[in-house]
Design a protein around this ligand. Structure first.
Ligand code: TRP
Length: 360
């Protein structure tokens, strides 16, 4: 059953998704209040500068446009892939600190962990009944995980993770989910579940909106070794890293033998990645930064990047340290977020019970 290699049902070709995202951006600028965004991360440790200039900057932008943004800390998801959850509380609080330091404002946006919202998790029951094993099995993330753990040793929770993700999105009836294009199959399955629920239980007035993916335009930042920036590969510059650690990581960064610095992401991915990161810090076009460096070589580029990044992150790191020293505040942010999420989830679950004829 895991060999199904069909494209996800109804998945749009990337061009159509791109086009739709452009339309959505225009709608966001016109009427941000119409949108509710659900997005989140697994609490697997400190967020890094790839997150900061990518997904976090995008969330802050949406928040500042006036979108109702809910940020989920996907803690149940980590129990499928870590040996001991003993470090989870520290990782979760650290993630809250990273969010706030990056500009997510807990007064306007809702930060919560999905293990704390039981009404959300209860939606798994009806949702699981609406999809087949084959449909879940052909989700690319599930397939990858299945392959990497060597088959049927994968936990059933990991297997049903796309359905859990659908519950994360639908519990608050979010209509927009910022994603990378690799995440579109998740959105598609979420839409299928919404559509089937509506068809089965609420045919006259569709209850769940079919959420849309908003493709992120944020640049992809690579790690200092030129591969995907990821904590597990020890190639990530954490937002919270010290200035010395930052300098050390950049000193180690992979470059190439050409002395002239240019911005050519296809031909020189490693050097271009460092140029891009510096450009993002300096808020200048990467081509200009490269031209200015000219013959300065890898050493000159690394010096510029180290200074630019440490400068850019200084206020954020200062705030991050203050927050880390105030765990009571971080807990109160989570508690408030949980309360709001639970209020929303309770209304949804009650409606769902009503529609499914489970209200006695
Ligand atoms: N899968 C996401 C990650 O690995 C986290 C996540 C869980 C999520 N549920 C979600 C993201 C719902 C967007 C929508 O980081």
């Amino acid at each position: 059953m895991f060999n199904v290699s069909l494209a996800p049902p109804g998945a749009e070709p990337p061009d159509a998704a791109q086009l739709r995202s452009h339309q959505l951006e225009a709608e966001l600028r016109q009427d941000a209040g119409r949108f509710r965004v659900l997005t989140g991360d697994r609490p697997t440790g400190p967020l890094h500068v790839g997150h900061l200039f990518g997904t976090l900057a995008n969330r802050v932008r949406l928040q500042d446009l006036g979108v109702d943004v809910l940020v989920l800390i996907a803690d149940y998801q980590t129990i499928t892939d870590r040996e001991s959850p003993a470090g989870l509380p520290a990782d979760v609080l650290g993630q809250v600190a990273d969010y706030i330091a990056a500009g997510i404002d807990p007064e306007r946006s809702t930060i919560f962990a999905h293990s704390q919202v039981e009404e959300l998790n209860q939606l798994m029951m009806p949702f699981l009944s609406l999809v087949s094993v084959a449909e879940v099995a052909r989700n690319p993330t599930v397939k990858d995980e299945f392959a990497s753990v060597g088959g049927s040793a994968m936990s059933a929770l990991m297997f049903t993770y796309p359905v859990h993700q659908a519950a994360d999105i639908l519990f608050c009836r979010a209509n927009l989910v910022p994603v990378g294009s690799d995440q579109l199959p998740h959105i598609e399955l979420t839409r299928t579940i919404a559509r089937r629920f509506n068809g089965c239980y609420s045919p006259r007035r569709p209850y769940f909106p079919e959420p849309e993916g908003l493709l992120t335009q944020a640049p992809l930042i690579l790690g200092v070794d030129g591969t995907k920036m990821s904590k597990s590969r020890a190639n990530a510059i954490a937002m919270a890293a010290s200035e010395d650690e930052t300098a050390r990581l950049i000193r180690r960064a992979k470059t190439d033998a050409e002395r002239e610095i240019t911005y050519e992401p296809e031909r020189r991915p490693e050097v271009s990645n460092l140029v891009l990161l510096a450009a993002l810090c300096l808020e200048r076009p990467p081509e200009d930064v490269a031209a200015e460096l000219g013959g300065a070589g890898a050493a000159g580029l690394k010096r510029l990047l180290t200074d630019a990044l440490n400068e850019r992150l200084r206020p954020l790191r200062h705030r991050r340290r203050e927050l880390a020293n105030d765990p009571a505040y971080l807990r109160s942010v989570l508690a408030n977020g949980t309360n709001r999420a639970r209020e929303i989830a309770t209304v949804t679950l009650n409606d769902v019970r009503e529609l499914m004829h489970n209200a006695y």
